[in-house]
Write a new protein. Structure first.
Lengths: 407, 407
């Protein structure tokens, strides 16, 4: 680290308690730090195909053999020799004898087959039932059929060795079905990130007497959405020593500490991380969520999220979630559906901060819900989604086209 | 039922074995039947907020009290009387005494508060730490502050009685957080549909020696995606009697029978349903998946899905999934992300059938994968999504704009 970098780090990780943030990392610096520590991803593991739906495939899967492996009937009907059907019409039915599937097909012989069944030796076409009539063991056929008609050739769906499922794909229901149907029972997937959740903040931000903790259930749902496994560890007392212990405990791939990141005297989460690791950034030019921080304990990334639930939500969405998705082999980008729409009512934002503005779609146009400072968690509950306003902009005027990330 | 309707029903539910489908219900008729039986939805149940993320809210949730319930600090800092800060600047600091939160605020008194904490009686503003310096119990302040600055007024986020979460909304992580933070621990949600899965078809459609059943794992994943709880019931022998028994067993909200819907002699699923209920439709003008059927046992809807895995997938997506989503209180529409794009290579379809064409996006343009008849499950595995071609069309020419449902 150069002297200038070290000075910048010290300025950005200084004690902000009773002082305030003198300097914040830019949003881009925070993202760069997260990508360095998330991009390697976690190692792969072998699991059963049945358990693998929704998991991230770690290695490309190729067809181990032709699909289908042999010529098969494509329709229900009678397998026969196409040449022998020449001239058959409604007015000139031709006669065949019904045979067992196991026998070699005799001259003018036919075998009843279901779609998907192997084609009997000697047959080259399948005539559907509706062009036939069975009388005892004698089959009348009313239509001629070309060679290959009603037949799925071996390898017609795909040839042995062809790529079926690319690496980094999330396994779909039909993928699992196909793999099972070609005898593949186990697949290599990226291991699920083990995410430790340390709730260090005070419970209430609403003044309600029976208020419970908002951040635990909220972060739990978000982590699961992003493919992480949640392990909650609540320190008995949310002070420096106990938070340090919860961070230092081994066994997690990433640690989120929620709360105690601000400027109050008991905002000891950054201190707690520095004691058992390295605080790399404290304070990000992001609103809400500007008191977020990040660092390492050993090689494990630790994210500090604000205790105020809206700040916590925003810092999770734009920072922590990205790291969890990367570690699990998913795209680091936001996982929300995106809709482009026109701004209907001015979106106000602060120059120098990336702002996460909660918005509603009213008659297809974008309107802010609350404002950057005012809103609390309610604004994100009443919103249809959010717009991310880059740091150089002071918002969007009516008529601007923006991307809405839909909740 | 009028005589004409009854005749139509008999024509559509006649035995197709060794004959073929003489008539099929239109796709619209099938949808109408599904909507009649799905739309009432399932009854509601009370569950904990923690378990309710991802569930469908059954009744609107309104704020039981103002949020916040009292005036709170919006920032970390010192709560004080704004009038007493008049004239304070860097060059003219004013002196305050630091007080305990429990005492009434004396003249020129200040109380240290964290964001979210209740405002002490007498204070009307919060001055952030960075405009102050604490020396023992004496506080120097370097800035004047207006009344209300740094304060979140009671009810500022939302007033008591305001709608917070509308009915039919899927509970989000931040919703769960907000409810917990205002003391709401239980919510009313739509009961999860109990979906019985009866695998009646043969295993192999690939000719692979170690082939397993594709439809069970595939349908399981799709049902879970659509919010259903899966109960698998595999008849010992996939013949009429055993299938009837699996259908007639009580305890399911909807029953899917996969396999035995075609024209072969052992395609007895329609017969099995008719024995213990009523077969309403057998054969739908849908490709792949045209041998699908539907009916009732008692008042429970029963869907018959083709055993061929691609037909099974398509009939699930366009028919069965709609019913499950409706019963669970979700939107009946397809749950996939939709992207509009231009057709790059001709999409061929059959007039008179709704076709589900698997497609790829190549340089942003839509290209078919396989064709309607050819493809098997592999085509849906190698596709990025699908296009639904309405019955009156024979496909889409290059340059047409279509909606792609993305896998």
């Amino acid at each position: 680290m150069s002297r200038a970098q070290e000075q910048s780090r010290q300025r950005r990780c200084g004690d902000v308690r009773l002082r305030g943030f003198s300097d914040r990392a830019s949003f881009e610096e925070a993202i760069a730090w997260l990508d360095v520590h998330g991009r390697p991803g976690l190692p792969a593991e072998d699991i059963s195909v049945d358990a693998a739906q929704g998991r991230v495939i770690a290695e490309p899967i190729v067809a181990p053999a032709d699909i289908p492996a042999m010529d098969c009937a494509e329709v229900d009907g009678y397998a026969l020799r196409s040449a022998e059907t020449e001239g058959a019409t409604d007015y000139n039915p031709l006669l065949f004898t019904l045979n067992e599937p196991s026998h070699p097909l005799p001259l003018a012989g036919a075998v009843m087959v279901s779609a998907g069944a192997p084609l009997p030796a000697g047959a080259d076409a399948v005539l559907p039932f509706d062009a036939t009539q069975l009388k005892g063991a004698t089959l009348e056929i009313f239509a001629a059929v070309a060679a290959g008609s009603g037949v799925e050739r071996s390898g017609q769906q795909v040839r042995a060795g062809t790529a079926l499922i690319e690496s980094r794909r999330i396994l779909r229901p039909q993928d699992a079905g196909l793999l099972r149907s070609i005898g593949i029972d186990r697949v290599r997937v990226v291991r699920l990130p083990r995410v430790r959740l340390v709730i260090a903040g005070p419970k209430a931000f609403t003044g309600h007497p029976s208020a419970g903790d908002a951040n635990g259930p909220m972060l739990g749902g978000l982590i699961r959405r992003d493919g992480g496994m949640v392990e909650t560890m609540n320190p008995a007392e949310p002070r420096c020593e106990a938070i340090s212990q919860a961070i230092a405990e081994p066994g997690a791939d990433v640690i989120l500490v929620a709360g105690r990141t601000g400027t109050g005297p008991d905002d000891e989460a950054p201190l707690a991380l520095a004691k058992v690791g390295e605080l790399a950034i404290h304070g990000v030019a992001l609103r809400p969520g500007g008191s977020a921080g990040m660092g390492l304990t050993g090689t494990t990334p630790v994210l500090l999220l604000p205790g105020d639930p809206l700040g916590c939500l925003c810092a999770y969405e734009l920072l922590a979630g990205r790291l969890i998705r990367s570690l699990g082999g998913r795209s680091p980008e936001l996982p929300h559906r995106v809709r482009e729409a026109e701004v209907g009512r001015k979106i106000v934002s602060a120059i120098g901060f990336v702002d996460l503005c909660r918005v509603r779609l009213v008659d297809g146009r974008v309107e802010p819900v609350g404002s950057v400072e005012v809103g609390g968690l309610v604004s994100s509950v009443r919103a249809d989604g959010f717009v991310v306003v880059p740091a150089p902009l002071e918002g969007y005027a009516p008529g601007a086209r923006v991307k809405v990330h839909l909740y």
